[in-house]
Design a protein around this ligand. Structure first.
Ligand SMILES: Cc1cc2nc3c(=O)[nH]c(=O)nc-3n(C[C@H](O)[C@H](O)[C@H](O)COP(=O)(O)OP(=O)(O)OC[C@H]3O[C@@H](n4cnc5c(N)ncnc54)[C@H](O)[C@@H]3O)c2cc1C
Length: 287
């Protein structure tokens, strides 16, 4: 199918894009990589009146190191997230996660901002960004605000962004010393959306003890989520098997995935437990 008719705008400044999004009385959608929006429009599941193509806006591009943060522009493509030297060095979990997205053709167009705004519960970059404690820079004609990533997602394919707001960039703190990570994903075929994802970070002392941790899961509910009790079970340990058992038990107590075509509740619980175990073991092995 083809999309319903729409007005196409291609502003070259952020200010012009925000003004277009603020227009009253029309449904307006931002277009980034188009890898999620265009299929939805072709299926007529989305019928915006106006499309605001972000691709000419240079303010939305680039990777910047600023003090203790790395700031990634919303338009950074998944392939760049995988290959950019700063991202690989300072945010290796993000680079690793991006490599699991779809196929190369999708990764060369799809963007970080688009992925977070699309809010798929199994999106790799969303799960990794949660584990990394990212903050999302959001702009509208009313100003700029910073949204902790955990407050961005609001259910399947739904965010707390207002209709006139754009994700401009995503900020990641990189001042926490060495942070080994683990990442594990289950998908039916390579390139498919994940059924379940686990991403783990640990901060380790010189003696190899864990002084901080995050555990994030995708595909276990309407939104990707942090599992605080699982992270707390790892702190103060050396990620030994008993500590991992406790973290996995905390995951099992906390989540309630929804059974669907791809798996029963029991299967999804078992996969979340297994992938958490694998991700923690990977982080532990990298200490
Ligand atoms: C075959 C296929 C397989 C895929 N597999 C995976 C996968 O395994 N894992 C995965 O995570 N993704 C997967 N994707 C989706 C892909 O990662 C998309 O790139 C991503 O979900 C959306 O990014 P986009 O830049 O293409 O956004 P678009 O499709 O352009 O936009 C998506 C939504 O976000 C909004 N939006 C875009 N940019 C912004 C912004 N800066 N601020 C506010 N709102 C914005 C749009 O208005 C729209 O509602 C797949 C896609 C396809 C077609």
């Amino acid at each position: 199918m083809k999309p319903a008719p729409f007005r196409y705008e291609r502003p070259s400044s952020l200010q012009d894009a925000l003004a277009l999004l603020a227009e009253q009385g029309v449904e307006t959608k931002a277009l980034a990589g188009g890898q999620s929006l265009v299929p939805l429009m072709n299926l007529r599941l989305a019928r915006p009146d106006v499309i605001v193509d972000l691709n000419q806006i240079s303010e939305l591009s680039g990777v910047e190191r600023a003090g203790d943060q790395v700031r990634l522009g919303a338009l950074i493509r998944h392939e760049m997230t995988m290959s950019d030297p700063t991202v690989r060095q300072l945010l290796p979990l993000l680079a690793h996660a991006a490599a699991h997205i779809g196929h190369r053709a999708i990764r060369t167009r799809g963007t970080l901002g688009g992925s977070l705004a699309h809010a798929d519960p199994s999106a790799e970059l969303a799960v990794a960004s949660l584990a990394l404690g990212a903050e999302v820079e959001v702009a509208s004609t009313r100003g700029v605000r910073l949204v902790p990533i955990g407050e961005l997602f609001d259910g399947p394919l739904s965010t707390t962004l207002a209709e006139d707001e754009l994700i401009v960039a995503v900020r990641y703190r990189v001042d926490q010393g060495r942070r080994p990570f683990g990442f594990a994903e289950l998908a039916r075929r390579q390139g498919d959306f994940a059924l379940t994802i686990a991403a783990v970070t640990v901060a380790v002392d010189e003696d190899g003890g864990c002084r901080a941790a995050t555990v994030a899961l995708g595909g276990v509910g309407g939104s990707p989520r942090l599992i605080g009790p699982a992270a707390r079970a790892l702190i103060g340990t050396r990620l030994e098997p008993t500590a991992i058992d406790l973290a996995v038990a905390a995951v099992e107590h906390t989540i309630r995935p929804v059974a669907d075509l791809h798996g029963t509740l029991a299967y999804r619980m078992a996969m979340a437990a297994l992938l958490t175990r694998q991700a923690i073991a990977m982080a532990g092995g990298a200490r």
